[in-house]
Design a protein around this ligand. Structure first.
Ligand SMILES: Nc1ncnc2c1ncn2[C@@H]1O[C@H](COP(=O)(O)OP(=O)(O)OP(=O)(O)O)[C@@H](O)[C@H]1O
Ligand SMILES: [Mg+2]
Length: 250
């Protein structure tokens, strides 16, 4: 397992939103987290790279092991955890006035990399991996905010790749995009899993079926069912899972 979640509970103040969730995330696979609105999907995702604790009054109990090491251990630097486990959000959020080049290079620049050749190399490599290079290679100095929504999302993926993460977390990465752009992101995720471990939160059950190897179904903060996507979608073990997958509630 690349990540092992062990009896993880999470709160916002006194409001408990995750209840003793345990699950594994396999290396070089895509794991989908599905479930109705408000069930705790985003919270679970943000617990995987210690972003949850950035919210005032938020806390967690339990463990998240990354390569066997608990990321909540006091000796672990949360900044390094977030470098190893990158995140892409629902709404594309490039720095709109910053150049396309700098949008990708920013993480490295902040980490102190000055070598121009190195920066160019990484930017080109990440834009290629994010399937955006051909569309932007002649306008790297233009602002990121001038790209289309789908291009901006791929730019954010390139930005996430630039600091050499091992795991990528996607929170509904296509829900703000048109169907063609969404399809491109799905294909991109499928190509990225050769090199990265991916966790995706999605409202779109068909999308989970298309891209994921494993699926976790969350309901009111409880992990109801977790298993191979193909198996779960065909023969769900729990009645709630079946009802959710067949669209009886959302
Ligand atoms: N910053 C916050 N402060 C307080 N409560 C929050 C905060 N973010 C989320 N919550 C609450 O935690 C619960 C789970 O929210 P979460 O965003 O994890 O759900 P979700 O499954 O991602 O929902 P959606 O599908 O609508 O994105 C909800 O009851 C929500 O109101
Ligand atoms: Mg959410």
């Amino acid at each position: 397992m690349k990540i092992e979640v062990k009896e993880l509970s999470a709160w916002y103040g006194s409001h408990q939103v995750l209840r003793s969730v345990s699950m594994g995330v396999r290396e070089n696979m895509i794991t989908a987290i599905i479930g109705p609105s408000g069930c705790g999907k985003t919270t679970l995702l943000r617990c995987l790279n210690r972003m949850h604790e950035l919210v005032d009054g938020a806390r967690v109990e339990g463990e998240v092991l990354l390569d066997g090491e608990n990321i909540y251990d006091p000796s672990v630097d949360p900044v390094e955890v977030r470098r190893r486990i990158g995140m892409v959000f629902q709404k594309p959020n490039p720095f709109p006035h910053m150049s396309i080049f700098d949008n990708v290079a920013i993480g490295l620049k902040l980490a102190g990399v000055r070598d121009k050749r190195k920066l160019r190399e990484v930017v080109e490599d990440c834009l290629k991996k994010a399937a955006l290079w051909d569309e932007v290679k002649d306008k790297l100095d233009q602002p990121g905010g001038r790209l289309s929504g789908g291009q901006q999302q791929r730019l954010c993926i390139a930005r996430a790749l630039a600091t050499s993460p091992e795991v990528l977390l996607f929170d509904e990465p296509t829900s703000a995009l048109d169907p063609i752009s969404a399809m491109r992101i799905e294909n991109l995720m499928l190509s990225l899993k050769r090199e990265y471990t991916i966790v995706i939160v999605t409202h779109n059950i068909q999308q989970a079926a298309r891209v994921s190897d494993y699926t976790a179904f969350l309901y009111r903060g409880v992990l109801v069912e977790y298993g191979e996507t193909a198996v779960m979608f065909k023969t769900p073990r729990h009645k709630l899972t079946e009802e959710y997958l067949t669209g009886r509630f959302g």
